[in-house]
Design a protein around this ligand. Sequence first.
Ligand SMILES: C[S@@+](CC[C@H](N)C(=O)[O-])C[C@H]1O[C@@H](n2cnc3c(N)ncnc32)[C@H](O)[C@@H]1O
Length: 438
Amino acid sequence: MATSSQTQTAFRDPAFLANRDIPIHRWVPWIAGFSQQFIEDALSTYTKGLYGAVLDPFAGVGTTLVEADLAGHSAVGFEINPYAAFAAQLKLSAYRLPVKALRSVIDDLSNHALTAEANGTMPTSIPPPGFRTRSPFYSPEVERKVLLLMDFVSRQTDTQIVDALRLAFAATMVEYSNYSYEPSLGRRTAVGRAEIKDHPVALCVARKLTHMLEDAQWYRQHRVRGDRPDGRVHVQSFFDSYKQIEAQSIDLIVTSPPYANNYHYNRNTRPHLYWLGFCDAPEDLKQLEEQNFGTYWQRARELQHVALDPIITDLDITHTLDKIRCQNTDRGIYGGEGWANYITTYLNDCVRFMAGVKWCLRPGATALVVIGNSIVQGVHVPTDRFLAKIALYHDLEIVGIHTPRPTRVGNSITNSSVRRGTAGRTKLYESVVEIRQP
Ligand SMILES: C[S@@+](CC[C@H](N)C(=O)[O-])C[C@H]1O[C@@H](n2cnc3c(N)ncnc32)[C@H](O)[C@@H]1O
């Protein structure tokens, strides 16, 4: 077992950036996604030429599932964010997109919608009423064009075409807004960028659809054993639903849970959730926040005192939590106490996660979990090593901890030497924890 020292590995960098030019994966940008190459390596190493069942419990926009499906495996995932799940599910059915009909819709969009944009036509669609932002998300002219696009979508009758249009819009919608990812969603002006007064929205969406159409054809040609059912994404929390998977039926898990940081998937996809109609009011988002791995730190820190799951008796873990609790005690919930609550909640969810892995994996099968460490109130939290220890409580084996990304930048740090630019020996890194069902 290699829980204490990390090993360099044959895995390629798991970061999503490299996906930007790869068919299907380029459809939707996702800040914390996997690289396609990483999954390719994992599938070829662990499935050894056999076709099996591949699971991603935290599927995001479906990188694992798409690669598994392409390679001939059955793919199943769980994802609580309805926008990410929608994107993943549509990518998995890309090979069935009606190419001819899509081509003519692209022509229509480029012609009719463009004419409406140019001649000042006023749309009949309205923006999502519950969607509020600090400053207007779209300029009046961009919003008019977006609403004309909505009118265009509402005139379509084929549900696959409607879904493709909605995804093409969602994948591009921030590009022509007054917001940008830095990496959290914030106002462009806050980072010194000019607001966007106007933009050729219809052309931009048509361009995205053209890529999607090319990729749909590519998928059809490359999908091994094409007569299988589509891969499936359950829009449910893995913790509540893993027993829907037949016990010990999964041949490989490749996944990455949210890290113990303050990256806020649901808040960062608010525009997508509201504009696509997945969410109408803040209560809808609250529900997602509660289901999220570790919940959100803003929620956990407000709790009285979160008790660690009694299964965790490891002194290294309990000492780390005590150390966090002792930091900045004068700052109330914003100090150590609040943050210790958050990390405790996160570790308790690692327990639930490993219970699910134990349930799903076939004997001898592997789970690869990509996870980044954190530095909280100046205290190092090696989540990879802690997750490995928690796996052992569930009678899983740790084959190793690999470190394909020995350094990463991130927002998982509060009041730390890394953020203050006086970084000592502790760096942010990303590991792959290799777990085996005995
Ligand atoms: C690091 S991202 C995964 C990205 C993915 N590997 C990809 O390439 O797109 C983690 C995902 O876990 C999802 N998530 C958080 N809590 C969850 C839960 N309890 N059940 C299922 N999904 C969850 C988040 O919404 C987020 O999309």
